[in-house]
Design a protein around this ligand. Structure first.
Ligand code: NIG
Ligand code: FE
Length: 424
């Protein structure tokens, strides 16, 4: 069981300590990465107390009295903040994966009753306890790969009982003291029109707005509300109605926007001042422009584009260069992105989105924290923030995306507690 008491630790001799910061020195605010060679981090009472070169921190009198962790030849970074996952589901969809490889599109599979509907059928016949066990195991895998905070969406229930079943699983995960990952809950009842409402889509939108959202808010089952805003799923008007209702009930807003086609999702996110607009593969210059003049975090999910084999990655360079706030996340789900590995997402961000390794690390930590409204206490190693760290077994942070598809994590520290340490 994780020890949740106050933790002290002195991490020293790291080849590099890296931490992102929101820089306001350029023409528009941008995420920058500070790199401290031969770095150290002092953790007191489970919070970051100081960071800097090892030789400077060693003279801090507090260092004498705390346990030490020597990180020679390693990179010390904030733990990843994965701001977009569909954590709770049952089953896998490798048959559909094979069909896609043979040329059937994601939309065609969805139209023939597969895709999200297939996972919904599986979730509906799976008990809450079984869903919990599977999700717990996935949380451990996230931690093993350096993720210390993650978002978890519902969206594979699509009726009140099953959506609430998923959200109760998320609540039980959050309350599980043996599972030290931070989890943020999102209601995504508007992930697809369920089979029983195919001929009455208005009926399902009304069910979401009149029954599901009020109960989610009343029982505090989620902090965010998300909608799959897509021509073939929830159109712009339906998405607006659902998100406005969610906002009236005190939920913060997210959108799956412009993923498969451009239908104005990013513009809707700006109009509603959503916390994030996610995907954005199909946005145009006018959408980049709107996002860059807003506080909406553009959350890029290159794992989904990769797994779908589409090649139309989101225009990350345009977004960054025009000053939009950018986050990276896995989009972990059984259909389009079955990976928990944020390091692989960094590799895709660098090789496919043309982000620099520094931009990618910043977007996967502080960017993710901004997309979850957690940047006040997570996502960077600023003094006063929670001591959530990932330690990589490489001497230069650029080697993490460079050696792609691997797990470079050697240790994870959550709230100052060393969860595992592959030195031992
Ligand atoms: O983010 N786009 C909608 N939702 C998921 C896919 C979910 C699924 O196929 O099961 C996504 O890509
Ligand atoms: Fe998603």
């Amino acid at each position: 069981m994780a020890d949740r008491s106050a933790q002290n630790l002195f991490i020293h001799n790291a080849a590099q300590v890296i931490t992102p910061a929101l820089s306001t020195s350029g023409p528009s605010p941008a995420l920058a990465l500070r790199v401290i060679e031969d770095g150290a981090v002092l953790i007191i009472d489970s919070k970051i107390a100081a960071l800097g070169p090892t030789r400077d921190l060693k003279s801090d009198p507090r260092v004498q009295h705390v346990p030490q962790l020597n990180c020679t030849d390693c990179v010390v970074a904030p733990g990843f903040v994965d701001s977009h996952t569909h954590l709770v589901f049952a089953g896998t969809r490798q048959l559909e994966y094979e069909k896609r490889i043979q040329g059937t599109s994601y939309e065609e599979i969805a139209a023939s009753g597969g895709g999200i509907q297939e996972t919904v059928r599986q979730v509906r016949r799976t008990s809450e306890d079984s869903l919990l066990e599977a999700a717990k195991q996935r949380c451990r895998e996230f931690l093993d790969h350096g993720t210390t905070t993650l978002e978890a969406k519902s969206g594979y229930g699509l009726d009140p009982d099953n959506e609430f079943k998923i959200l109760r699983v998320v609540r039980r995960l959050r309350e599980d003291s043996t599972l030290p990952v931070e989890i943020v809950s999102t209601f995504l009842g508007a992930h697809e029109i369920p089979e029983e409402f195919q001929k009455d889509r208005r009926g399902y939108v009304n069910l979401i707005c009149s029954q599901m959202i009020p109960k989610v808010a009343q029982e505090n089952l989620a902090e965010f509300c998300d909608v799959f805003c897509e021509r073939t799923v929830f159109n712009l008007g339906e998405s607006r109605q659902i998100l406005l209702t969610a906002r009236q009930h005190g939920l913060k807003l997210k959108l799956h926007a412009d993923q498969l086609t451009r239908n104005g999702g990013a513009q809707l996110a700006v109009e509603l001042n959503a916390i994030s607009a996610d995907h954005l593969e199909c946005i145009e210059d006018r959408d980049v422009e709107a996002l860059s003049h807003s506080n909406v975090v553009a959350t890029l999910l290159p794992g989904a584009t990769f797994h779908l084999g589409k090649g139309n990655y989101a225009p990350a360079r345009k977004l960054i260069d025009s000053g939009a706030r950018v986050a990276l996340a896995t989009d972990f789900n059984p259909g389009t992105s079955p990976t928990v590995n944020m390091q692989m997402v960094l590799s895709l961000a660098c090789s496919q989105l043309h982000m620099s390794p520094a931009e990618a690390f910043a977007a996967a930590t502080l960017g993710g924290a901004m997309a979850l409204n957690r940047h006040g206490d997570r996502g960077s190693l600023d003094p006063g923030k929670a001591a959530d760290l990932a330690i990589f077994d490489v001497p230069d942070y650029r080697l993490v995306p460079y050696h792609f598809g691997m797990n470079h994590v050697r240790a994870v520290i959550k709230d100052g507690q060393v969860l595992f340490d592959h030195w031992n």
